[in-house]
Design a binder for this molecule. Structure first.
Ligand code: SAM
Length: 331
């Protein structure tokens, strides 16, 4: 089977391999190959070929499967499900004994994982964080890489979901250079940092002091110091940003409706709001759309541009996003 590979001159092979390894993009399943002074480095499943294509020469090539790689399933005899966040593996197991078996297998495998945690509570409270059982390793801090950005974070102190990477990318692709971008619930920066890299002038607000500490570090780590302001506050209390935003992100799905009046105050004359919601699959978009119209009309003309299903959240509940254009009316 042809596998996506980064092609580079052999002399640049080690440096290229390191750049990919730092971002956890290497395939564990195929061997790196060299032919006629050119190296072919197979990419893993998390690699975004479109984004990587901007930095690397990507080709598809038949390469030899690795025989030496040991995966958790080779140790366990079944394929456990886990999510990766930097060098942390996150599992969601009900029984302690099974969780520990899986954690041991992950650490003993060839995966580049140092810490394994099991979910110990739902995501809770205003700060949207959860408790964890640390089953292997020590810290809960890591550096997660997503579409060319690096996010330092502590899963014990801040919200972060790697599952939303594709959704964030969908939004960021719409961002234009020089636009005023406002994230009302910014977390450690997974929207504002890529938006700033795309040339937007960004503000990120969060109530969680730890999230803002990490956001500030991530601003430095990603070299966007001149384009992002990080503000620790309840977004309803901030002053000095009214009537400016060209784009607003509202990723606080269970209660974003309570913040729509603030969003309307922040909006400029022509503004896109990305409004995240969790609703029953029988009417996932209706409640959000009605709430937005209630808050914005008649001061703004409201045009729902996209009704997008992000993911299934629970049986019969959907996580959705409404992309809504607000245009100030003359009256
Ligand atoms: N946008 C980030 C992301 O995608 O990773 C974080 C989203 S998380 C679901 C919601 C965030 O909103 C949390 O970091 C929480 O601390 C923050 N938050 C909750 N209430 C807030 C408020 N009143 N003002 C500002 N931020 C708030």
């Amino acid at each position: 089977m042809a596998v996506p590979c980064v092609r580079a001159p052999r002399a640049e092979g080690e440096e290229t391999r390191k750049r990919l390894a730092d971002r956890n993009l290497l395939s564990g399943e195929y061997e790196i190959e060299v032919e006629d002074g050119t190296i072919y480095i197979p990419l893993g499943p998390s690699a975004d070929l479109e984004a990587l294509g901007e930095q690397f020469d990507i080709v598809h090539r038949e390469v030899t499967p690795r025989e030496t790689q040991t995966l958790p399933k080779d140790i366990l005899g079944f394929d456990p499900s886990y999510e990766r966040l930097g060098d942390i593996a996150i599992i969601d197991e009900d029984t302690d004994e099974r969780a520990r078996r899986i954690a041991d297998a992950i650490v003993d495998s060839d995966l580049p994982i140092d810490t394994v945690v099991n979910r110990a509570s739902p995501i809770e409270g205003e700060l949207r964080i959860r408790e964890w059982d640390v089953l292997a390793g020590e810290g809960t801090e890591t550096i997660h890489r997503e579409y060319g950005c690096a996010f330092e974070l502590d899963i014990d102190r801040v919200y972060f979901s790697p599952r939303l990477a594709t959704e964030r990318r969908r939004v960021i692709k719409q961002v234009e250079a020089d636009e005023q971008f406002f994230d009302m619930f910014a977390g450690v920066g997974p929207f504002v940092i890529p938006a700033a890299k795309q040339g937007a002038d960004c503000v990120g607000v969060d109530l969680n002091e730890a999230a803002i500490e990490y956001l500030e570090r991530n601003i430095g780590r990603n070299g966007v110091e001149d384009s992002v302001a990080a503000i620790h506050a309840d977004v309803r209390d901030i002053e000095g940003y009214d009537d400016r935003a060209d784009r607003i992100v509202m990723n606080l799905p269970h209660s974003a409706d309570e913040f729509l009046h603030t969003a309307v105050e922040l909006a400029g004359d022509d503004c896109i709001i990305h409004y995240y919601d969790i609703q029953p699959d029988t009417d996932p978009f209706g409640p959000g759309e009605r709430a937005i119209r209630d808050a914005a009309e008649p001061e703004y003309e409201v045009d729902v541009q996209t009704r997008h299903e992000v993911r299934s959240y629970a049986p019969h509940d959907l996580n959705v996003c409404l992309d809504v254009r607000l245009r100030r009316t003359s009256g």
